[in-house]
Design a protein around this ligand. Structure first.
Ligand SMILES: *Cc1c(COP(=O)(O)O)cnc(C)c1O
Length: 632
């Protein structure tokens, strides 16, 4: 049974728009997570968090991982391509790989490979470290290990080592020089590599990463460079090593039209190479399938105007049409989707610690007496007589008076008490003006800004630089909402500030169906625990997050939902402690202990401190090294 409040709350936060069937609100007004859309089982996240805090003694912030969501996203991708293949009688296979740069965590990759063993699921890496880790992973013999990115000789040697232990490694050439190295190392080691060519397409993606494709892209080979590569391979009798053609037109492609255009161009390039009697088996279409972060289903930056099914259908259909036209065999398709595969599985949960108000509306009435300065009288007058007809004019007058107040204060004409009184009156006028403006038929920008200024700032126990860096770096939107009290109407407007000493450490843009919200509807902060979740942070955020202010990685819990619908805390991973962070900044534990101890010894020697107090301090300093870096 749904009630009206719950319906309104769902609308406010848009859960059904961006939740992809994984997230919803239960009857208790708590956030619930399902392992798959339409699955009857659901976990009450508020109860789970209480359990983690009380039973497992884990402190917030906590990153929750739901491996079943990873599995389900993989199944969806597989199903979309399997159905498209069937529908269009496509004769090539589908070889999905997971790009490690999106989330290199062992648990994430292992989960994908475990489930993906049914679907030839492999791995893509773009650096030596990623490849090094990938070489240790169990993959099925048919699945691929794709090596993209700029390469040196060590990288190429690692790839050849992979080939020698039986992995299907494909080294994708980004630069002609890399191919020269590959040819030389192959001859020296007598290992036969599989080689791919990364094409620089004329087609671009759309949205923020459009410049990953197109003529001025950082990556890939121009047609003349590709022909040069082919010549070099032929010359060295290695043309049968050329197995794959690769392109990637950028992440978070918002518009399906761009996908189709790129497929047309890439399929032509593939066909032309094929017609040169080269058995290129694979066409690697890269990643780019986007996530609908705001749930609007549009071409807006934080959204996408297509589904996985539509994406797969368009890819398969377009490539098939071109191959028929060119009369060449249909290639096996490699997809490198990362974002859409891993974004949903991680939910970051933390708590509100305090409220920073521009103006506290619960202050006692300001009394004005005869000896108060003129400017205060005038502000009091505005406050007393502001109404729905004059609020604009009175608000402008109040702005003038506030300037006057500060001028007089700086000239030493009025006291600190006067200034305080004047400021309270000013904000009272603003608050009344804002209420009148919200009741008006036409919403004016000036008063939208005022609403934002008057909104509280909720002090949230996290670092945006660590846990949602793309919000700070590129204005990426993430859905955010409380995980409880959702059967109560949220009556406050607020933005979030994090606990770093950086004024960029805030979140003041929120998902909305039609627009971007500048304040979020939240419940009044009473001092009781109030938990907030940031969603869809499983792609890129963890690995791109930084250690600003030496806030470390949060505690983590891996949650599995059993057949009865009960949750199991499969694993908890302790986040960074103070000691980890000081080591990161190259402090030595032993050395910091000794330095601190020396300081206490000097105080004791000078008679400024008792030995007993010194011992206590040293003990405390040593034990605090194991503290969580966030507010406890
Ligand atoms: C980043 C990247 C991907 C992953 O893109 P998503 O948008 O996350 O799917 C795939 N291939 C290459 C070459 C990449 O650089």
């Amino acid at each position: 049974m749904r009630n009206n409040t719950l319906d309104e709350v769902l609308q406010t936060y848009g859960v059904e728009n961006w939740g992809a069937g994984y997230f919803e609100v239960n009857r208790k007004g708590h956030l619930a997570v399902r392992p798959a859309e339409g699955d009857p089982r659901a976990v009450d996240v508020k109860e789970l968090i209480d359990d983690l805090i009380e039973q497992r003694k884990l402190q917030l912030p906590i990153l929750l991982r739901f491996p079943q969501i990873l599995t389900n996203q993989l199944k969806k991708l597989h199903r979309a391509f399997a159905e498209a293949t069937r529908e269009f009688n496509y004769t090539g296979g589908h070889y999905p790989v997971f790009p490690m740069k999106v989330n290199p965590r062992r648990e994430v990759i292992e989960e994908f490979l475990r489930e993906g063993s049914k679907y030839n699921f492999g791995v893509e890496c773009g650096s030596k470290a990623e490849l090094y880790a990938a070489l240790s992973l169990d993959q099925t013999s048919a699945s691929l290990l794709i090596c993209n990115g700029f390469k040196d000789e060590t990288f190429i040697n690692l790839a050849l080592m992979g080939t020698q232990v039986g992995k299907r490694v494909i080294i994708v050439v980004e630069k002609l020089n890399e191919l020269k190295m590959i040819v030389r190392r192959a001859q020296e080691t007598n290992v036969k590599p599989m080689v791919g060519l990364r094409a620089k397409l004329y087609s671009k993606g759309s949205g923020k990463w459009a410049s990953s494709g197109g003529e001025s892209a950082k990556f890939g080979l121009t047609p003349s460079e590709m022909l040069e590569c082919i010549r070099l391979l032929r010359e060295n009798d290695m043309i049968d090593s050329l197995k794959l053609l690769h392109f990637h037109i950028g992440s978070q492609i918002t518009d399906i039209k761009r996908v189709k255009n790129a497929m047309k161009e890439a399929a032509r390039v593939y066909s032309k190479i094929r017609q040169m009697h080269i058995d290129v088996e694979f066409l690697d279409i890269g990643g780019g399938m986007g996530v609908d972060y705001d749930g609007s289903k549009t071409t807006f930056e934080s959204s996408v105007n297509y589904t996985a099914e539509e994406f797969a259908n368009d890819v398969v259909y377009t490539i098939k049409s071109v191959c028929e036209d060119e009369n060449v065999p249909e290639p096996n398709l490699v997809t490198e989707s990362g974002r859409v595969m891993s974004a949903y599985h991680a939910v970051f949960v933390t708590s509100i610690r305090d409220e920073i108000e521009t103006f506290a509306d619960d202050q006692p009435e300001v009394a004005v007496s005869d000896d108060d300065p003129q400017v205060i009288f005038e502000l009091k007058e505005l406050y007393d007589y502001i109404n729905s007809k004059n609020y604009r004019e009175y608000y402008h007058d109040a702005l003038d008076h506030k300037d006057e107040l500060h001028t007089q204060f700086n000239l030493g004409l009025i006291s600190l008490e006067d200034r305080a009184k004047g400021e309270v009156l000013f904000w009272e006028v603003c608050s009344r003006a804002s209420k009148f403006a919200q009741g008006a038929k036409v919403q004016e920008e000036e008063f939208d800004d005022l609403k934002k200024i008057l909104a509280s700032k909720y002090l949230c126990n996290f670092s945006v630089f660590r846990s949602a860096p793309d919000h700070w770096a590129i204005d990426q939107l993430f859905p955010i909402m409380p995980i409880h009290r959702l059967n109560e109407q949220p009556t406050d407007y607020a933005t979030f500030v994090d606990i770093t000493c950086d004024s960029d450490g805030h979140i003041d843009k929120f998902v909305d169906l039609k627009d971007v919200k500048e304040v979020l509807e939240l419940h009044p902060f009473t001092g009781e625990p109030y938990y907030i979740a940031i969603f869809l942070v499983g792609a890129y955020q963890e690995v791109m997050g930084s250690y600003h202010n030496l806030f470390g990685q949060p505690n983590e819990a891996h949650i599995v939902i059993d057949t009865e619908g009960r949750y199991h805390i499969k694993k908890t991973v302790q986040g960074h402690r103070v000691g980890d962070m000081i080591s990161f900044a190259r402090y030595d534990r032993q050395q910091v202990f000794e330095s601190f101890q020396r300081m206490t010894r000097e105080r004791v020697a000078n008679g400024q401190m008792s030995q007993e107090r010194a011992d206590e301090l040293v003990k405390q300093y040593e034990s605090d090294i194991n503290r969580y870096t966030y507010l406890e």
